[in-house]
Design a protein around this ligand. Sequence first.
Ligand SMILES: NC(=O)c1ccc[n+]([C@@H]2O[C@H](COP(=O)([O-])OP(=O)(O)OC[C@H]3O[C@@H](n4cnc5c(N)ncnc54)[C@H](O)[C@@H]3O)[C@@H](O)[C@H]2O)c1
Ligand SMILES: [Zn+2]
Length: 345
Amino acid sequence: MTESIYIGRTILPQLQQVLQNLAFSKVAVLVDENTLHHCYPLVKSHLPEHDIIQINSGEEHKTLQTCEYIWQRMTELNLDRWSVLVNLGGGVIGDMGGFCAATFKRGMYFVQVPTTLLAQVDASVGGKTGIDFHGLKNHIGVYKEPHAVIIDPTFLNTLPQRQLKSGYAEIIKHWLIADATAFEEQRHIGLFTENWEALIRHSVGIKSAVVEEDPLEAGYRKVLNFGHTVGHAIESYLLEQPGRELLHGEAIAVGMLCEAFLSVKKDLLNRRELDQIETFMVSIYEKVKITEEDIQALSQLALQDKKNTRSTINCTLLQGIGKAVWDQPVTLAEIQESLRYYQLL
Ligand SMILES: NC(=O)c1ccc[n+]([C@@H]2O[C@H](COP(=O)([O-])OP(=O)(O)OC[C@H]3O[C@@H](n4cnc5c(N)ncnc54)[C@H](O)[C@@H]3O)[C@@H](O)[C@H]2O)c1
Ligand SMILES: [Zn+2]
């Protein structure tokens, strides 16, 4: 677990310090067109001399092809094992930049500077890096901790509302799996807060504590997968359907509702708790239309998910709000039932 997570609105100057401590050879900054425009101006003056590697934004570019381009640019720029890649962007930049850095010359330094809410509370913490492959989410990747994570909520000022809501889903997930009191408070307050810094700090605290206990996901870390078995299947499936793509957090929001339903079905969660979760989520997220045909196609994808064994699917469920249990076998038929239930909400 990285000891070096810095959070705050005056944190960017730390970047220089963090890099200086490394005795690095060269610095490159990975951006997409949006983070180049909105975020790079905020960090530029805090970086030593550097080159920029720019890729196209979007989950559809989190591919091996883009990695090839990044590795090629790193080679052209003569980066070596002692160079640093600064990943300035959302989870796509962080996951893919981390993966490219972890594998370039068997591993060079990298620093995460997450600029979306989702990346700040989730993707940048915990050392998972990777890319999508042939329509399968995060299918190729490695565990590799960044040298540091620099989280400045100021970046959120330019983030579209839809992206903000997507990241908020992971914050909700952290409450549901680990902090009933925070969920109880927040469900009365509603969607947004003036104080992102406090919310981010709290959420990063939950994620870091889980990761610290089980860095390689032997068991306990699987609590973080709540909402992700069904959510990933929906996300992957809709990614292949032009015009219907969901953001990661939007898919996870649907997944959390389905998996909360499954938790009730397994007598782990009570009906009142499910109602609370539903009321809160429905007030924030628009309903995603999923047809019976979609449910059939999705089921096939769910079976390929890496968390599965044979015909049952291991899922993380809620044992009451604030506590999660992992490796809970659910059948495909039950997953389908949960999706039908979601349609009726
Ligand atoms: N490694 C992990 O543990 C982990 C955890 C959760 C999610 N993820 C991954 O994260 C990815 C999703 O990340 P995301 O939601 O950040 O999406 P993203 O990286 O696609 O960023 C969303 C959009 O916002 C733009 N953007 C970024 N920062 C901005 C800013 N400050 N102002 C304006 N626009 C900005 C980006 O260019 C992009 O168009 C998924 O691939 C998911 O698998 C990884
Ligand atoms: Zn997630």
